[in-house]
Write a protein that binds this ligand. Sequence first.
Ligand code: NDP
Length: 304
Amino acid sequence: MNSSDIKGVQKHVATIIDGAAVAARLHSDLKRAVENLAERGLTPGLAVVLVGNDPASSVYVRNKVRRSVEAGFRSFHHELPSTTGEKDLLCLIDRLNAADDVDGILVQLPLPAHIDAQKVTAAIDPKKDVDGFHPINVGKLSLGDSASVPCTPLGCMLLIREARSRLAGLNAVIVGRSNIVGKPLAQLLLRENCTVTIAHSKTEDLPSVCRRADILVAAVGQLELVRGEWIKPGATVIDVGINRVERDGRRKLVGDVDFASASAIAGALTPVPGGVGPMTIACLLRNTIEAACRRHGVASPIES
Ligand code: NDP
């Protein structure tokens, strides 16, 4: 954290946790890990499946494919029309489960309404479930077993560790209880011996709950919900939210945290964009390398 002197007034400014820089470091470590595995005859393979033409999903998938190719992976990209039936998608998953050169399978969510996303997630071989959404991996995570950990919560943990070397005993508050962010992140913070609170839309007096947090994570999807007054001085604040807005005639991405007021009180803070977002793809590649190593009985070159 820094303090800047503006016209004689000491103004606190939070340290910005640069997710883009942390992700870039992780990508170059992963590239080296893939080269190391290639020397041992193993090239990780990632299959990415997109159903329909949701513009945000198309961008995410394009970036995942591009990054996996840059890392030296075998990349398998399946784009299916929005009219694809559930049975056809399940057939594709069966084929990818059986394919020896595919180590990780990612089906981009959301799926069209006529497809049961839970059924599709459960059809993926848990050993190839690099999103960590399969019920077996969810169960393993809550049992404290080694498992494929969902990418965004894993990315949040890596960013929290950038700001805090010791987590044991800290109060962590996560606003948002989704299966893909809030709940798995709570498990990861518990593993680190934090005292974890999960808040949601029915939580009473959310500002007071947030003010107790040494680590505050906003994963809500509500533009600038968390304001500076909700933050304990010096807290580490992780903003997962991605809200698309038009400001000053330009389209922008804005988080769930009001950046201006939060940066005057937090100790460290992730920006949007450039915070959690870039970490998600890096963690997907990391999970795929780990899955490839586990499937082929090879020691992972990635440090935990
Ligand atoms: P969900 O919509 O699945 O969950 C939102 C959660 O926020 C729910 O638990 C909901 O409570 C809670 N909530 C909603 N409104 C309030 C409120 N006013 N006060 C307190 N809690 C509230 O969202 P996701 O977890 O999928 O995503 C959250 C955000 O993170 C979104 O902006 C999404 O775009 C972003 N995201 C970013 C990623 C990245 O890579 N950076 C990856 C994934 C998501 P309740 O359960 O009671 O309804």
